[in-house]
Design a protein around this ligand. Structure first.
Ligand SMILES: Cc1cc2nc3c(=O)[nH]c(=O)nc-3n(C[C@H](O)[C@H](O)[C@H](O)COP(=O)(O)O)c2cc1C
Length: 243
């Protein structure tokens, strides 16, 4: 199985330890590629919209974003691990996810995303429900990209923010929870597209169909939908053959 991992902090602290605990049972026999933020993609989206209007390769950060995207596209399992900052995700992770908006179903989704699993691991010093609520941006991003099967683990550290200073009991509990999640992910049976993903895709299809009617030349988004056979050019816009 191919596994792509994105960790939203460079600190070798709690997030790192939780991510390592999750990966430990998966290290043998699986191909794992890991990205650390902000080191591997330190740029915020500058809003140039080149990805939407001209192509993803025209993004000024494409040399850093594209290899991460290619690893995600190749992966059977995507793992995102992050601490909570200000009740949300670290800005570096949000910045990376912003670069993937062009891959959302409302724009130019990839069918291969439907057959992936994702795991979201977050932790914070407060109670677990804060870590869970902070997953919103990640969950939105992954589900709009078309990933149907997303599992999550949210840890409330409570006792402190230094992994080594947590009690043995708490660390063992955290590790055993993420490792049983890893065990559930180790069977590489691709998930089925769920109802929510199907409904979102259908709604986007109607939206693109309607937009296409008023376009002189199909937008890059609609060209993608046409090329994938998801929508058709209206009859009157079909190129006429010389006869
Ligand atoms: C800038 C910053 C903001 C934080 N905001 C929150 C927060 O809103 N709620 C919370 O419970 N913990 C918050 N924390 C604590 C982190 O979630 C905690 O340090 C982290 O889970 C530990 O993981 P790490 O060792 O990988 O950094 C914050 C930490 C930092 C550095």
């Amino acid at each position: 199985m191919n596994i792509a991992v994105i960790i939203g902090t460079e600190a070798k602290g709690c997030t790192y330890s939780i991510k390592e605990a999750f990966l430990k049972p998966l290290r043998g026999g699986n191909e794992i590629v890991e990205y650390t933020l902000p080191k591997d993609m330190p740029h915020a989206c500058i809003g140039c919209k080149a990805c939407f209007m001209k192509g993803t390769e025209k993004c000024p950060h494409a040399p850093l974003v594209m290899p991460i995207w290619d690893s995600i596209a190749k992966a059977d399992l995507l793992v995102i691990a992050a601490p909570v900052y200000g009740l949300g995700i670290p800005s570096a992770l949000k910045a990376l996810l912003d670069h993937f908006c062009v891959r959302w179903m409302v724009h130019r989704p990839e069918l291969i995303m439907n057959s992936k699993r994702a795991v979201v691991l977050t932790n914070c010093v407060g109670p677990f429900f804060i870590a869970r609520a902070a997953q919103r941006d990640i969950m939105n991003s992954l589900s709009w990209m078309g990933i149907s099967k997303i599992s999550r683990n949210s840890v409330g550290l409570i006792e402190g923010i230094v992994w080594e200073e947590l009690s043995e009991k708490r660390r063992t509990k955290i590790v055993s929870k993420v490792q049983s999640l890893a065990a559930r992910c180790s069977a590489n049976n691709p998930p089925r597209k769920n109802l929510k993903t199907r409904a979102a895709f259908f709604a986007c299809k109607l939206m693109h169909k309607a937009a296409l009617k008023s376009e002189e030349i199909p937008s890059l988004d609609n060209r993608h939908w046409i090329d994938n056979g998801w929508i058709k050019l209206p009859e009157e816009k079909m190129p006429r053959s010389a006869s």
